[in-house]
Design a protein around this ligand. Structure first.
Ligand code: ADP
Length: 402
């Protein structure tokens, strides 16, 4: 249950913690929230020099009057359809104004919070009415790009490939990151060509995305939650419903064009020739075919766009992925197949929070110091070695001006 997970996380910070800089990404399906909290029990390192080593041995650049604050970045999500839970949460924790002036950050207007996603427009009045908060809107694509750039540069082992059930972490060369294609699979899908910090273009997209999987899946399987649907797909067998090359070629491969007998010729195609009602199919098999159809399609469109612009790197984010093995495997196979092994799909450990993190980065303190957040993986409760496909916490160090 969503609420349970949220409680588990919020218990981590004590009543004396100081919270600041709440940012929201209010999407069609989910609200993603990021906020920073310092703990009074944690020492604040004011002795850091302008150029000293951080915990990873990297250079932590200080500004002449900046200071480093230890704290935690909290990541939470809520279903957009239950937006009141999100409002209640903000209100009960007083996230919108607690500690803004005390954290060591420049004082910000307590009634204004950064927000991105369509919901920042749609629900602006609701936030004003219920909490007296004005949403300072941050452009959605720009937030996704800032979030992705930040993660790829600041978090060691953020990106990984997924091949034959195996994750292989990719070391990102900061000098060779751009250009890349960012594929964000939310309710719908955006494909963004990223050429640098703040330099990007949304080059493509598709309406067949996470919302399609969840919406169609719900109708076809009567399943009650997204996680149940994912779990069902895990147990299913798509060959029961998909028409395979072998079904058409009498069990043979179609070698001349490089298609094996097990390749899908037509998603859901078997349902046409078999005289079976929906109820006669196992929901698990339906879920599997659906997941495969959508993931395959996105992988293919992504590769074609990478090809269109000569992009060698393709990163996939968005909450549709959920670090789910079968989803990542299907996308990886699609990219591999269409690129004839030339391109590899890469996934992000903080996949669902790109937009929220990007909006957070938009606070002035971060804008002034673009590389000012240091993530200290080794000390985390929900460490950087794990995924952030749900709610979680990252211990970090933020540089703030006086
Ligand atoms: P958006 O900003 O459009 O809401 P997200 O990146 O949050 O996009 O992804 C939304 C998609 O994530 C949904 O369409 C669904 O496929 C998937 N998803 C993952 N977890 C959940 C959940 N708990 N509830 C609803 N959808 C979920």
């Amino acid at each position: 249950m969503e609420g349970d997970r949220i409680e588990e996380v919020t218990l981590v910070h004590s009543p004396v913690d100081e919270i600041s800089h709440l940012a929201l990404d209010i999407g069609g399906s989910l609200i993603k929230m990021v906020y920073f909290s310092t703990s009074r029990e944690q020492p604040i390192d004011k002795t850091q020099n302008n150029s000293s080593r951080d915990s990873h041995g990297g250079v932590s650049r200080g500004s002449k009057d900046g200071r480093l604050l230890n704290g935690r970045l909290y990541f939470l999500k809520f279903e957009t359809s239950k937006i009141n839970e999100c409002l209640d949460f903000i209100s009960s924790k007083q996230l919108h104004y607690r500690g803004h002036q005390h954290c060591g950050f420049p004082a910000s207007d307590k009634n204004i919070i950064k927000a991105t996603g369509g919901g920042a427009f749609k629900f602006a009045d609701l936030f004003k009415e219920k909490l007296g908060i004005s949403l300072d809107k941050v452009e959605e694509m720009s937030s996704l790009v800032s979030g992705a750039n930040f993660l790829l540069k600041a978090v060691p082992s953020e990106a990984f490939t997924y091949v034959n059930g195996q994750r292989n972490y990719v070391q990102i060369d900061h000098n060779d990151l751009y250009p890349y294609l960012l594929v964000n699979i939310g309710s719908g899908v955006s494909m963004i060509k990223v050429d640098g910090d703040g330099k990007y273009e949304r080059v493509s997209g598709t309406s067949v995305g996470g919302g399609t999987f969840w919406g169609l899946g719900k109708l076809l399987t009567k399943c009650k939650s997204f996680d149940d649907l994912l779990e069902m797909s895990h147990q299913g067998n798509n060959r029961v419903i998909d028409m395979l090359v072998g079904d058409i070629y009498g069990g043979m491969d179609y070698l001349k064009i490089g298609l094996s007998s097990t390749a899908i010729a037509s998603s859901f195609g078997k349902a046409v020739s078999e005289n079976r009602e929906l109820e006669e199919y196992r929901p698990e098999d339906v879920a599997r075919s659906l997941l495969r159809m959508i993931s395959n399609n996105i992988g293919q469109i992504a590769y074609l766009n990478a090809l269109r612009f000569g992009l060698k790197k393709i990163f996939f984010g968005g909450f549709f992925i959920r670090g789910h093995a079968y989803t990542m495997d299907t996308i990886s196979v699609a990219v591999d197949f269409w690129s004839k092994g030339e391109a590899k799909a890469m996934f992000l450990r903080h996949e669902g929070f790109l937009g929220a993190l990007g909006a957070f980065m938009n606070y002035q303190l971060v804008e002034e110091f673009p590389d000012s957040i240091r993530l200290m993986g080794e000390k985390t409760r929900d460490p950087l070695v794990g995924d952030l496909t749900d709610n979680g916490v990252i211990e970090c160090c933020v540089q703030a001006s006086n």
